[in-house]
Design a protein around this ligand. Structure first.
Ligand SMILES: [Zn+2]
Length: 256
């Protein structure tokens, strides 16, 4: 048995049997940790944290199991969920789950931990949720080691934009995101990524203000990026259907 103590984010909990759960945590040193929580729903012995809460945990690891033994836990930073609103909660949970799934695939845990620390400081109450989820996915992709090139079509090499002075001129094409990068509609069956979509990446890359970008473009990119990450890492993302459903039901409306 090895003893450890460090801060960790609760990423998500999966119910197990009657009253137990498996907690998925992310620590900068330990990486993706799984712990069986006995009686997670019981008030006396409970582990009543929400995904995204930062805890200080003590735990033991052993060679013989993938599970840690949690010997103590206490809250460090807990968010007031009642102020976030449903839409923001879903977006934040989607990001947490993505980070957890990718942490389980060997991505550098310290970088993922830092990403969550940063995302935790974003203004989820006020900022458009889709913009923040996009920003999180985009950073995640950059940390993932499978970032794709989008400055040119991967098949024919034609650039997706060229600069006239400091002003980008975007090629009128319908791109598809596939393994290795973007491919244009002249080379493969045209996809849903047009010049407006490419411009979003250019703005993000240039560190420019994204406030004028329509929510629909962020949502399309979130779908594309998650689909890409799922294929690259063979992960499932359980909270994605809820997020997509929210779009179908509440497009254009804010609940926060
Ligand atoms: Zn092409």
């Amino acid at each position: 048995m090895n003893q450890h103590q460090e801060p960790a984010y609760l990423l998500y909990k999966n119910p197990l049997a009657e009253a137990d759960a498996i907690a998925h945590l992310l620590a900068a040193q330990g990486g993706h940790l799984q712990a069986r929580i006995k009686g997670a729903k019981s008030l006396q012995r409970g582990f009543l944290y929400n995904p995204g809460d930062l805890l200080l945990i003590q735990y033991e690891t052993s060679e013989t199991t993938d599970f840690i033994r949690l010997t103590s836990h206490q809250p460090l930073v807990q968010r007031d969920w009642s102020r976030l609103g449903y839409r923001a909660s879903l977006g934040w949970n989607l990001l947490l789950e993505l980070v957890g799934r990718l942490a389980g695939k060997g991505l550098e845990p310290a970088a993922l931990f830092a990403l969550l620390q940063e995302a935790g400081t974003w203004n989820w109450e006020q900022e458009p949720t889709a913009k923040l989820v996009f920003a999180g996915c985009w950073q995640l992709l950059r940390h993932s080691g499978v970032a794709f090139s989008w400055q040119a079509c991967q098949v024919c090499g034609r650039p997706s934009y060229r600069l006239e002075g400091a002003v980008p001129q975007f090629r009128k094409a319908q791109y598809r995101l596939q393994a290795g990068g973007l491919a244009c509609g002249a080379c493969v069956a045209p996809g849903l990524l047009d010049a407006a979509m490419i411009k979003v990446l250019w703005l993000a890359k240039s560190g420019q203000n994204l406030d004028a970008v329509p929510e629909a473009l962020f949502r399309q990119w979130i779908r594309e990026l998650i689909s890409y990450l799922r294929q690259q890492f063979q992960v499932q993302v359980n909270s994605l259907p809820l997020w997509d459903q929210l779009r179908a039901e509440g497009d254009g409306s804010r609940d926060s």
